[in-house]
Every structure is written in structure tokens, then in C-alpha cells.
Design a protein around this ligand. Sequence first.
Ligand SMILES: [Fe+2]
Ligand SMILES: [Fe+2]
Length: 248
Amino acid sequence: MHNSTAIAVDKYNICVGDISFIIIIYNKISKKVLFYDILCYNIKKGRKMSQTNEEIDYKDEFLEIFYDNIERDGSDKLLEWLERSDFFTAPASTNRHSAFKGGLCMHSVLVYKRFVKLLENEYGKTWEKQFSKESAAIVALLHDVCKVDCYQESFKNVKDENGVWQKVPCYKFEEALPYGHGEKSVYIISSFMKLSREESMAINWHMGNADSRVKGGFYGLSSVFYAFPTALLFHIADMQATFLDETS
Ligand SMILES: [Fe+2]
Ligand SMILES: [Fe+2]
């Protein structure tokens, strides 16, 4: 493998299951690689990557799912708001899952995929009789809109391998509308379109026991999951995407 190819493979974090097209422009006289780029498709995870991992573009997939499934009154205005906001470029967290540009959109798509699998597993191929495709798309794609406009690009000092302090880019969390987490997403979505009770419950309680409202001796969450099993499935989908799909 050419040295520059090795660098490119390393940079783009290509692994088993990827089909990659590597474009290299090489200057024979100077013996230098002038340009390289990679088009990469991961069969196993269904990921399309056009640049680095930090720049994975899931926006097209998000919009496809949105347009194919959501027709509710107000959804067009909601989508316009998402476009004006940082939703499609924001990370999903400061330093945990998908803490890179576009991470929030990617997380939302991965949660949708996990949720559909869980619904199918629980209710069979005709799962949409239990929970409509529109509901599944609304809940999954929009459950974390509470994170919109919360992550600011910044720098922090970290020691490199030689013990020398270096400035590295990072995100910091600064929230203009501190309204909670799941409940904030419900609040924002409801300002554009109506949510059903079941959709509201799934979005509101998607953090499960990690929700700051859940304290020892609180059985409200069990009541939610007994009454709205799709809320439980959605919580699991959020965890699966976060801890199984977004770890690399
Ligand atoms: Fe969340
Ligand atoms: Fe989430």
C-alpha cells in the first residue's frame, strides 16, 4: 500500500466491511501526492461517508426519512426551523457519543433505525398498526431537538504525549433555554405541530432511568413503560444507538 493511501485509510478510519474508492493525484516529477480523497460505504453499518468520520453527512438520510413518513400539519415549519438552527451540524454531546460536527443528526437517524428494528421485532412486519410509521419517524428524528443551539465550538488545553500543553478544539454546552431534556423536546416540537400522547411519552421519557427527574423511590417511569410500551422500546433504541452504534 502506498504511504499516502495508508495515511488516508488511517485518517478515514476505514475498517472491514467498507467498500472504498480512493482517489489519488500523484505528481511524478516531485514524487508527491497532491490530493487524495475517499468515497466510502460501510455495508455492515449502512454508513455513507464522504469525508472524515467527523464529517459524516446524514442529513440526506434524515430528510429522506422525514419526507417519506411525516406529513403532519406544522412539520414543514418545524423542518424550516431545523434548517435555520444548528441541528444538522451540531454534535450529539460535548465528549461522549458522536461529539463531532453532524453528530446530532447522525444519532437521530441511527436511533430511528434501531427503533424500527425493535418495533418490528416486538410487533412483527405490520408493526405500523401498533405505532404508525409517521409516529416512529417523529419520535426518533426529533427526540433530541432539545440539543439544538446548545453546543458552542471552543478550545481546551490538553497535554500531548510529551507532556506539553496543547490547545485542541472542543465543544462546550451553553443552553439558552434550560427546560430539561425530553420535556424540552416535547415543548419545542409542540410549538410547531401536535404530538399524540404516545409520541409525547416516548420523547419525554427517552432517557429512561438516566433522566434527572428519576430519583430513588420514583415509580412513575415504570407506570409510563407499562402504559406505553413503545416508550420503553424507544428508550432502548436510544441506548442502542448511543452505546452500540456510535462507539467508534
Ligand atoms: Fe436525549
Ligand atoms: Fe438521543
